[in-house]
Design a protein around this ligand. Structure first.
Ligand code: NAP
Length: 307
């Protein structure tokens, strides 16, 4: 069993920022990466609204810079996944991963959120064979093909615009006749000649034979159904918090977001949370970074007061 001052669970912008602050406070934080180093931004194509990058940057580049900066000051990163925690006794708190059990005097939970699924026939079956939740990862495979994007929020529109680099046509299927996405993205999508919109419509089935060939779509206003041929279906309909690991241990709201106080402390003193695991509202890189910083400052103070 390894003894640690502070374990940070998750390596997205919140976790890596918390690691940077903890490292600069000489606390040698241990970051357990989770299944995806960098979290959701590692699969985000373009980032245009994170300050300091006037030409924009990419998600993977930002992750790499944040990781390098935290490590420069002494943060340690292990590529591993936490499988179990025990916050019922302690501190120290037990944090178990695939390869190690840690005892930590304080913990910061930054495990983020995962993409929601449509829950329609064909979705699971064709993941990796035409169904994708990541334009950065899979866009390249759809050069000169036709793809469908499902959703009307910032993610759907941003990733849809990115996909026009490869695809011949991007059809955005949205369940209403207004986009949820912000004005700047909306304008860019509306004026992009490769993007078309299928309004008031939901995907009811993803159809294919070994790979995606079409979607079955229903218009919610008219009830009409149609089969639309396509080579790929990119689904961006929101996220759910990755909080199942903490059920019964930390208080959460009805949607599973961790409940924190104004110091970002969870229902267990000494366990803090930052980023999308506790934030159903803002969910920006910039806000996750801010929350990671705040959680680290509060955790550092808590450690000082309780050592
Ligand atoms: P979101 O804002 O929750 O949007 C989800 C979209 O999917 C909505 O348009 C929603 O329709 C639709 N939807 C939800 N469930 C559906 C279902 N079962 N079937 C069909 N459509 C469904 O999620 P997001 O776009 O992933 O964004 C998440 C957060 O990250 C937001 O706060 C967003 O601002 C932020 N973000 C920001 C940027 C940026 O600033 N560049 C980029 C990406 C994400 P309705 O509109 O009808 O609800």
């Amino acid at each position: 069993m390894k003894q640690e001052q502070i374990v940070i669970i998750g390596s997205g912008p919140a976790g890596l920022t918390a690691a940077l602050y903890m490292a600069r406070a000489q606390l040698e934080p241990l970051v357990i990466s989770g299944s995806q180093l960098g979290g959701q931004i590692s699969i985000t194509s373009e980032v245009e609204n994170y300050p300091g990058f006037p030409q924009g940057t990419t998600g993977p580049e930002l992750v790499e810079l944040m990781r390098a900066q935290a490590e420069t000051f002494g943060a340690r990163l292990v590529i591993d996944e936490v499988t179990e925690v025990d916050f019922s006794h302690g501190p120290p708190f037990a944090v178990k991963s695939h390869s190690e059990t840690y005892q930590a005097k304080a913990v910061i939970v930054t495990v983020g959120a995962s993409p929601l699924r449509l829950g329609v026939p064909g979705e699971e079956e064709f993941i990796g064979r035409g169904v994708s939740f990541c334009a950065t990862c899979d866009g390249f495979f759809f050069r000169e093909k036709d793809v469908v994007v499902v959703g009307g929020g910032d993610s759907a529109i941003e990733e849809g615009i990115f996909l026009t680099r490869f695809a011949n046509q991007v059809q955005v299927v949205h369940r209403r006749d207004q986009l949820r996405a912000g004005e700047a993205l909306k304008r860019r999508a509306m004026t992009n000649e490769k993007i078309a919109f299928v309004w008031d419509s939901v995907v009811e089935e993803i159809v294919g034979n070994g790979k995606v060939e079409a979607i079955r779509v229903r218009n919610l206003k008219t009830g009409d159904q149609q089969q639309m041929p396509t080579d790929g279906v990119f689904i961006f309909i929101g996220h759910y918090p990755n909080s199942s690991l903490f059920e019964g241990q930390l208080k959460m709201d009805e949607k599973g977001y961790l409940t924190v106080d104004d110091r970002l402390m969870t229902s267990v003193p000494g366990v803090f949370a930052a980023g999308e695991i506790m934030d159903p509202v803002y969910r920006q890189i910039a806000t996750s970074v801010g929350q990671g910083c705040s959680a680290a400052m509060m955790a550092e103070r808590w450690l000082r007061e309780h050592s």
